[in-house]
Write a protein that binds this ligand. Structure first.
Ligand code: PEP
Length: 247
């Protein structure tokens, strides 16, 4: 990995203020792990407090609305997230695509909104188990990527892609290292096709049941620039195990 590995924790719908002690512990440890770039995406309600507790790591959000503002009850715009202290937004997570029927087009609009608000964006893509079993994984993922990427000149420098096979999220199952390598190479090739030379520098994270004991193997796969971590990011102990494996 030429760039520093990027390890991003996604707390999903977990965490009240009591969990800020975990963010603080992660931040303190990250100070010594200079070879790794560490980030946390807590729920919206904890972004501001996490930003205050954790001074060194990046803090981001798990979603944003595509509009700048308006009559969208319960939604949050990218500018609001930035104001709360978020520096990046995750868009297109498979749980959002499934639970909120988010299409590639919607994901792209959200990614565009994040970039327009001068934030970085992590665009998630990944195939279902049925799609993998049908031999369609690469075609599905590269098509999702082509349709979900943000547009505009600033896109590449603000962009990270996360490959998260849906069947590996929260299941304890992971693809083989060879399968991760093959998919990440396909994503790289697509990024270069879509973005030209700038596509070479876009980081591609692997996500799906990354734990301290499998992190170094998964991170050794071709073109893997870090990890998007769900369950194992909820405690400082397990998240730091992954960060140490990446260092
Ligand atoms: C995720 O939701 O982004 C994720 C990768 O979850 P987990 O690590 O729990 O599989």
């Amino acid at each position: 990995m030429a760039q520093r590995p990027y390890i991003v924790g996604n707390w999903k719908m977990h965490g009240t203020r009591a969990m800020l002690s975990e963010a603080r512990a992660i931040d303190r440890a990250a100070e010594r792990m200079v070879k790794v770039e560490v980030a946390l995406a807590p729920p919206f309600t904890l972004i501001h407090a996490t930003r205050k507790e954790a001074e060194l790591i990046a803090v981001g959000a798990q979603d944003c609305h595509a509009a700048e503002g308006g009559a969208h009850t319960g939604d949050i715009s990218a500018a609001m997230l930035k104001d709360a202290g978020a520096g990046f937004v995750i868009v297109g997570h498979s749980e959002r695509r499934a639970d909120h029927c988010e299409t590639d087009e919607m994901v792209r609009s959200k990614a565009d909104a994040a970039i327009a608000a001068n934030m970085n964006v992590i665009v998630c893509v990944g195939e279902t188990e049925a799609q993998r079993d049908a031999g369609e994984a690469e075609a599905v993922v590269t098509a999702q990527l082509a349709a979900s990427l943000p547009s505009g000149e600033q896109a590449a420098e603000r962009l990270t892609v996360a490959y998260e096979p849906v069947w590996a999220i929260g299941t304890g199952r992971t693809p083989t290292v060879d399968d991760v390598s093959a998919m990440h190479r396909a994503i790289r090739a697509k990024l270069v096709e879509l973005l030209g030379e700038a596509g070479e520098a876009v980081r591609i994270l692997y996500g799906g049941s990354v734990k301290p004991d499998n992190a170094s193997e998964l991170l050794s796969a071709d073109e893997v620039g870090g990890a998007l971590v769900g369950g194992a990011s909820l405690t400082a102990e397990s998240f730091l195990g992954i960060i140490i494996a990446a260092a």
